[in-house]
Design a protein around this ligand. Structure first.
Ligand SMILES: [Cu+2]
Length: 213
């Protein structure tokens, strides 16, 4: 029993030493051989694959809400901004419009094409502009509601604009005799001055006030 125990210990020690020698030899020759055998490479590759998959899914998930928003969106006036069924005014790419954006830029509310009589929605706010000023020169809308504003020129070219920089994107340019409209989301409550931006027109009285309540 004692002899066999000694031999067992000797054999185990020899095997361990041989194992250590065998393991250390490929390591000295090059890491390329040792790596795959030990499975070290696999452990690193697996988490990387997992991350790649997560990364690929993110852009798809971001694109879906935009398409979803456009699905039920409709224009109130021809070639104007889209309005979603949730009451948001949207750009052609499905983003919520920015009233502060430069007039005519993709992020700003979009004015309609020239409208024929009967194309102005019945619930629109309608303004007539002439050298004598705006008629009416004040109107009231509900805060954060979707508003369609229509402007008609009774004589020559006019440009409807708001004073507040936060509403600079809400602008309408009309030639003589023309009617155009714009759909936008009303701001928070307050009084907002509007005017005609054609040089000299504001000074002769082409101004008014939008009351938001
Ligand atoms: Cu004017």
């Amino acid at each position: 029993m004692q002899k066999s125990t000694v031999w067992t210990i000797v054999i185990v020690v020899i095997l361990v030493v041989l194992g250590i020698i065998l393991l250390s030899l490929p390591g000295q020759e090059g890491p390329e051989q040792a790596g795959p055998e030990e499975g070290v490479g696999e452990e690193i590759v697996l988490p990387e694959e997992g991350l790649d998959l997560e990364g690929a899914e993110e852009p798809v998930a971001e694109g879906e809400p935009v398409q979803e928003a456009l699905k039920d969106a409709e224009t109130v006036v021809p070639e104007g901004s889209l309005v979603s069924d949730k009451g948001e005014v949207l750009t052609s790419s499905g983003e919520i419009v920015n009233n502060e954006a430069l007039p005519g830029s993709p992020d700003a509310p979009k004015q309609s094409r020239s409208l024929a009589e009967g194309e102005v929605p019945k619930d629109a706010v309608t303004l007539n502009i002439t050298a004598g000023g705006f008629e009416p020169n004040e109107f009231t809308v509900k805060a954060n509601s979707v508003v369609t504003l229509s402007a008609t020129s009774g004589d020559r070219t006019h440009v409807f604009k708001f004073d507040d920089p936060g509403l600079q994107g809400v602008a309408i340019g009309i030639a003589g005799g023309e009617t155009r409209a714009i759909t936008f989301k009303a701001p928070s409550s307050g009084d907002y001055t509007f005017f005609c931006d054609v040089p000299g027109h504001r000074g002769r009285g082409e101004t008014g006030v939008m009351h938001v309540k």
